[in-house]
Design a binder for this molecule. Structure first.
Ligand SMILES: Cc1ncc(COP(=O)(O)O)c(C=O)c1O
Length: 404
């Protein structure tokens, strides 16, 4: 029986050779390869400034800090996301205002964002948000790599005076446009005040652990660079190229978030292959659609002609009313058949920490309902046609066996 993992990284010989060369070079931490990686990434997304970091979480933290988020303020954050998007708001003592999702794309529901914003500003927000908290920003997530309607989001943010930090952990490479006659805009190309990418092991390109913050604003880039390295004045980074003054100055209590050259060595070659890897995932997504669209017990993730989809995830939704098993039983049977899976995600408002803050299931009813139906299927470059065929066979078989 073929076993199919949920994910397997695609590491080429060029990545391996560059890591070995880095190890032999005598320069392991932040240095020339990080600089090259930042420059190449900035060019790839079309942004003037890129800062390589040791995670996307670090990028999100630095972004909200640089934007001046203060204790007691509030930020709109989707509930359908990973821990990182909201925890960085808590790092600074501010309050995430959890927003419901669109049950089809799983992206932030802009109507609910507006409703929650108006409620918070009118002093009748969810009980988890202290009365009087000033709402200052929004952190949208492009779930699975399908960008939300950036034009609509930016218009809403501008109208309401909110900054935008994009959690683009899944969205490289990805792009959107307003319509077929409009130009494409890449994720990170002015799509937010700061856009944060992840290079965690299972992401679309990887450095093992790693991330990147990109911005068009020189002031934010400067602040993030200082705070990423202990709050040392800008020229402290020069110590990584041997040219630094010994007499650096501490200007703020910063963090330690820099990426190593060993990691950047992997990233440089992953970046060069990014579109090739994306096309492989896209072909796999198309095959899933071709082979699973007729299965009435499933709803498949949407494609959109006005999006370049990174296809980081392939989240299907079970039509539980047509099945005699629930999602948990369905995934147990996937596991028993040797097929890897994941669930993206149990929404934040249904986790103990957020429940303790006062969030209730009815605060985000669509996410509360849809998450019980979610299963992410394997999608990764290097998954063989036989492996994908096995996933399709098992999923079809489970649906047939448990059909009502
Ligand atoms: C939506 C989202 N945001 C942020 C992160 C955090 O990324 P990192 O592990 O690079 O900090 C993840 C990681 O899985 C994620 O899925």
């Amino acid at each position: 029986m073929i076993k199919v993992p949920f994910f397997r990284p695609s590491i080429g010989e060029a990545e391996i050779a560059e890591v070995v060369e880095t190890l032999r070079s005598g320069w392991l931490t932040t240095g020339p390869r990080v600089k090259r990686f930042e420059e190449a990434f900035a060019a790839a997304v079309g942004s003037p400034h890129a800062l390589a970091l040791n995670s996307c979480t670090a990028a999100l933290h630095l972004a909200v800090e640089a934007l001046g988020l203060e204790s007691g303020q509030a930020v709109l954050v989707p509930t359908m996301t990973f821990a990182a998007s909201a925890e960085v708001v808590r790092y600074l003592g501010a309050h995430p205002v959890l927003v419901d999702c669109d049950p089809v794309t799983l992206n932030l529901d802009l109507d609910d964002a507006r409703a929650k914003l108006e409620a918070v500003r009118a002093g009748r927000g969810p009980v988890a948000v202290p009365a009087g908290a000033e709402l200052v920003g929004v952190i949208p997530v492009h779930v699975g790599g399908l960008m939300l309607d950036v034009g609509r989001l930016r218009a809403f943010a501008a109208e309401q005076g909110l900054w935008v930090v994009e959690d683009a952990a899944h969205a490289f490479p990805a792009a959107w446009r307003r319509g077929p006659a409009e130009p494409w805009q890449r994720c990170g190309e002015g799509s937010a005040d700061v856009t944060c990418f992840s290079f965690y092991a299972n992401k679309t390109i990887t450095t093992g652990e790693g991330g990147m913050a990109v911005t068009a604003r020189a002031d934010l880039a400067e602040r993030m660079r200082v705070m990423a390295l202990h709050g040392l004045s800008r020229d402290a980074w020069e110590r990584y190229s041997g040219g630094a003054s010994w007499d650096y100055r501490i200007v703020a209590p910063g963090f330690k978030y820099n990426l190593t050259d060993v990691a950047a060595a992997i990233g440089l070659h992953q970046l060069a292959r990014a579109e090739e890897l994306r096309l492989e995932r896209q072909a796999q997504a198309e095959r899933y659609v071709a082979e699973l669209a007729s299965v009435g017990e499933l709803e498949l993730p949407p494609a959109d002609a006005d999006r370049v989809h990174s296809w980081h995830l392939f989240p299907i939704r079970l039509r539980l009313e047509r099945l005699r098993v629930d999602r948990n039983r369905f995934v147990e049977e996937l596991r028993a058949a040797g097929v890897g899976f994941s669930v993206h995600w149990r929404p934040l408002h249904l986790h103990p920490y957020y429940e303790q803050l006062g969030w209730r299931p009815e605060d985000c009813p669509k996410a509360t309902a849809v998450w019980e139906r979610l299963v992410s299927l394997p999608i990764f470059p290097g998954m063989t046609p036989e492996e994908q065929g096995r996933v399709v066979e098992v999923v079809r078989g489970l649906c047939a066996r448990h059909r009502r």
